[in-house]
Every structure is written in C-alpha cells, then in structure tokens.
Ligand binder design. Structure first.
Ligand code: IPD
Length: 296
C-alpha cells in the first residue's frame, strides 16, 4: 500500500500537541534528572513518558514501520535503515526544559529510504509548530494548538527569505557545545569558535547557542539564522528538522570539511539557509570549513 505522507504529518501534529501538554504540565527538576553520557547529558521522567506515549501511538497505528527514539536507542544496535521509520526526540532541549527556559520541543521525523520525508517540530512553551512534507513545502504556525485562535500557516522561509547568502561576516550562526566536553572534538570546536568570532577571520555577526538542535534547524529553515553548526547530536535531533530545512530551500552539509552529503546519523552537520537559486550556499560552507582546524 502507498504511504500517505500528509496523513502521517497530521498524525504527528496531533501527537505533538498531546506531547506538548504533557511537557507543559510536568514539573521537572534539574536535580532529579538522570544522567547518560555525563553530568550534562540528562534525561527526565518526562522525556521517557513522552517517548512512551509517542511510540505506543505510532506503533499501534503503523505496526510495520520502524521506530527510533532517543530514550530507547541502544548504542551500537539502533541504526537508521531504508524502511519507513519514525525518528523521535520526545524533548529536544532537555537542559532548557529542566531550567524552565522556554526553548525546547518535540521533534517527530519520518524517513523513507533514509530520506527525511515528514517533519514536525513543536515548541509547546511558545506554541509554535514547524511542519513539512517532502515535495510540499515547509510551514510555521503560531498559536498552533489554539482551538479558537490558531495563527495562519506561514510558508518557510518567512517573508520569502533573506536573499543571497553573503560571506560569513555578519551572518548569524547557531552552534551547540554538545555534551562532549573534552578530547579532540571539543578542542576543535573551541578553536572554531575563536576563528569564527575573531575580527581577522570569520567576524560572524553573532553566535547563538540556544540548546535545541531541532529548533536551531527550524530557525535556519525560517531564514532567521544563516547557519547552524553541530558536532555531536543524533538522528533524532535532526530527522524532522532536516525535512523542514530542505522544504524551505535550505541544505544540510557535513560539520567536517569536505562532507557535501552527510547521512542522517553523521552526527556532525552544517545547515545553511535557503537563498534564491542556492546562490552563495556552497561558498559560505567552504568559507566556514576553511576556519576549522581539524576534523571533529
Ligand atoms: C540535545 C540538544 C542540544 C545538542 C545536544 C543534544 P536533548 O538534545 O539538541 O542542542 O547540542 O547534542 O543532545 O538531549 O536535549 O534531547
């Protein structure tokens, strides 16, 4: 049977609202959170409960599809395959969530043959949703869950985009420190931050580290950010955003030099906003890579 992508989007949107209500009703505490990789890589009871809600619904509606979730991922065992797959992060931005910083989201992706084909990213604190279906454009909606006064769906990039991508200078760049805080990967990031900010090299307009990969990607898709560089997140952080980004005319490159076509689980990404006829996209990527002092 044929897979109905708009129907999957609609299912994911209503699940995102349900998950959003759970997130808003939770009362997380930073101290009660469990840790994964280290003290900053945390997971709360809410992350687990939201993932259970989502996986239960999706596996009962689509029993033949695969499901990958952040909290049920098994290192070395869970891999992204060609089969129809839901790739889910119940709460992207868990540090923000436990601190009450209103920048966290539910990230619901769907892939076919490893290609991001549906993306739904919902920030319940701001009630903003981003959605995309492959081949059908990307949208953002404010007051998204309001039954009385939902906002209009705005096509991404907002206002038709920001035009040609110029040089790195003055561009607005998102990055995340990630949970790995030592080793070579960490050193390369620190050197890159210096090069990007410095007057004689990148002189970027600003660096933003807001704590949610999925929302960073949506910011690039919307044209509010020019670039987002990441060296350590996972498929569930990017699967939904990737579809939204591409449908908004943006493109995902690799976080390391020379990686023009990253995979879903490459873990290192550089996403670039759309521009008319993709003008300047590859140039700005090469300029960015040129400031890296090694591979992560
Ligand atoms: C984290 C966020 C963060 C990124 C980390 C992710 P989580 O996701 O997306 O921006 O830098 O690598 O682990 O743990 O809050 O779902």
């Amino acid at each position: 049977t044929e897979i109905n992508l708009p129907e999957i989007r609609d299912v994911l949107v209503s699940l995102a609202f349900e998950a959003g209500r759970m997130i808003l009703n939770a009362n997380p505490s930073a101290t009660a959170a469990d840790t994964k990789l280290n003290a900053v890589d945390i997971v709360t009871e809410t992350d687990k409960a939201v993932e259970t809600l989502i996986s239960t619904k999706l596996t009962s509606l689509y029993p033949s599809f695969s499901f990958i979730g952040e909290e049920t991922y098994v290192k070395g065992q869970t891999t992204v395959t060609d089969s129809p797959t839901f790739i889910v992060d119940p709460i992207d931005g868990t540090q923000n969530f436990v601190h009450g910083f209103p920048h966290a989201c539910v990230s619901l992706g769907f892939t076919l043959g490893k290609a991001p084909s549906v993306g739904v990213v919902y920030n319940p604190f701001l009630d903003i949703i981003y959605t995309a279906v492959k081949g059908q454009g990307a949208y953002m909606q404010r007051n998204a869950s309001s039954p009385v006064n939902p906002g209009e769906k705005q096509r991404l990039p907002l206002n038709g985009g920001k035009g040609k991508l110029n040089q790195l200078k003055n561009s607005l760049v998102a990055f995340e420190g990630g949970s790995q805080r030592d080793g070579e990967n960490f050193e390369i990031k620190m050197k890159a931050f210096r090069n990007l900010l410095s007057a004689e090299k990148g002189m970027v307009g600003g660096f933003r580290s807001l704590g949610s990969s999925a929302l960073n990607i949506c910011g690039v898709a919307a044209g509010q950010l020019d670039l987002y560089w990441e060296g350590g997140c996972y498929a569930w952080d990017v699967a939904a955003g990737w579809c939204i980004l591409e449908e908004a005319g943006g493109k995902m490159y690799g976080g390391n030099r020379g990686v023009w076509e990253p995979e879903l689980d490459s873990r290192k990404y550089l996403c670039v906003r759309g521009s008319p006829e993709n003008e300047g996209q590859e140039e700005i990527v090469e300029e960015f890579w040129g400031l890296l002092e090694g591979d992560m």
